[in-house]
Write a protein that binds this ligand. Structure first.
Ligand code: ATP
Ligand code: SF4
Ligand code: MG
Length: 326
């Protein structure tokens, strides 16, 4: 039986600007089960980070959640008062960002930061919390953790620092981790190691993970399911084996044209001619229609709703009941 940890339904996030209300996320729905890694991909500006920020309650004005629901184990978290949400974040939801220094305070020893997190969320003594912190550093592969625990963040390499951030994110034993481009800033040679580590630790603990990346190599390596985002919407979502190898949505097809390696993602994303529209100019109908090789009349007027196709859900008129022939 799968236990749903995170459930997002019909999420809408808008930014109020001088040019009016811009819709950054429009009707996004997905679930993540216990121990499952959901990869979220799509080109720059697709709404990956804003979706992650909405889940962790960090959409700041001029942005706001304008619709939908976010539930953590069935409990609504999108409408919690800031103080309550702050406690959910950190304790029940861990965060890993591209820059480890977003999570680590350069002025404190890494051990102090991990111990503080452990003690905030458990009733362990200082001594026991330090022992737990050393265990965590060992688990994330920091050599000589008994000594390195007293080091400062700048004394660690980029890859080691991100391992410390993973230890910090796991310290409170969260049910969910939001990882936004966790390896993008790292050397290619250590990216795979860090991703493999994150995957193993979350599997062992049953932690659900939302792994935001534009890197299909990372997805193929780590994710169980993948959501392909385009213009603030999910174009296709399903098991990695289906979406990566047999994508249905024309945008996902362009993205997956060939299974890329860790290093050639940039070329992949530019293979689809044209660019994603700005939020001020999302076309009516299907947002992908100006770039879509399969577009037909209905695509320019009617927005496609996600429908089940084999093991995936696809938002494209080619697959809904009336299809292209209609
Ligand atoms: N504070 C803000 N004010 C106005 N618009 C914003 C703000 N933050 C994000 N956006 C817009 O929301 C959309 C989605 O942005 P988001 O950061 O989620 O993209 P992304 O998929 O994470 O891209 P990237 O791959 O570059 O990280 C973009 O069009 C962006 O310009
Ligand atoms: S709905 Fe139409 S424009 Fe959009 S992806 Fe499908 S075929 Fe292309
Ligand atoms: Mg982003």
């Amino acid at each position: 039986m799968t236990e749903t940890v995170l459930s997002v339904r019909d999420l809408r996030v808008v930014f109020e600007t001088r040019r009016g209300t811009l819709t950054a996320i429009d009707g996004v729905s997905f679930d993540i089960a216990r121990g499952e890694i959901l990869g979220v991909v799509g080109e720059s500006g697709a709404g990956k980070s804003v979706t992650g920020s909405a889940v962790i309650g960090l959409i700041d004005p001029p942005g706001r959640i304008a619709g939908g629901e976010i539930r953590l184990r069935g409990e609504r978290i999108d409408d919690l008062p800031p103080e309550k949400m702050r406690r959910v974040r950190g304790r029940r939801i861990g965060m890993i960002f591209q820059d480890p220094l977003t999570s680590l305070d350069p002025l404190y020893r890494v051990g102090e930061q991990i111990v503080e997190t452990i003690r905030t969320h458990t009733d362990l003594s200082a001594k026991a919390a330090r022992a737990r912190a050393i265990d965590l550093l060992t688990e994330v592969g920091i050599p000589a953790p008994e000594r390195r625990i007293d080091g400062y963040p700048h004394e660690f390499s980029g890859g080691m620092r991100q391992r410390v951030v993973i230890a910090l994110a796991l310290a409170a034993e969260p049910e969910l981790i939001i990882a936004d481009e966790p390896t993008t800033a790292l050397d290619v040679s250590v990216q795979a190691q860090v991703i493999t580590l994150l995957k193993r630790l979350c599997r062992e603990r049953g932690t659900a993970v939302m792994l935001v990346t534009h890197d299909m190599g990372v997805i193929a390596e780590a994710a169980d399911r993948v959501a392909v985002m385009y213009s603030g919407r999910i174009a296709e979502i399903g098991p990695v084996a289906s979406v990566v190898r047999h994508p249905h949505h024309p945008y996902a097809r362009g993205l997956m044209g060939a299974i890329p390696t860790l290093s050639d993602t940039a070329e992949r994303l530019t293979q689809i001619p044209g660019a994603m529209p700005r939020l001020t100019a999302i076309p009516p109908g299907c947002a992908f229609n100006p770039r879509c090789p399969s577009a037909f009349a209905r695509c320019r007027t009617e927005r496609p709703e996600p429908v089940a196709v084999e093991r995936t859900r696809v938002a494209c008129h080619l697959y809904d009941a009336r299809g292209e022939a209609a």
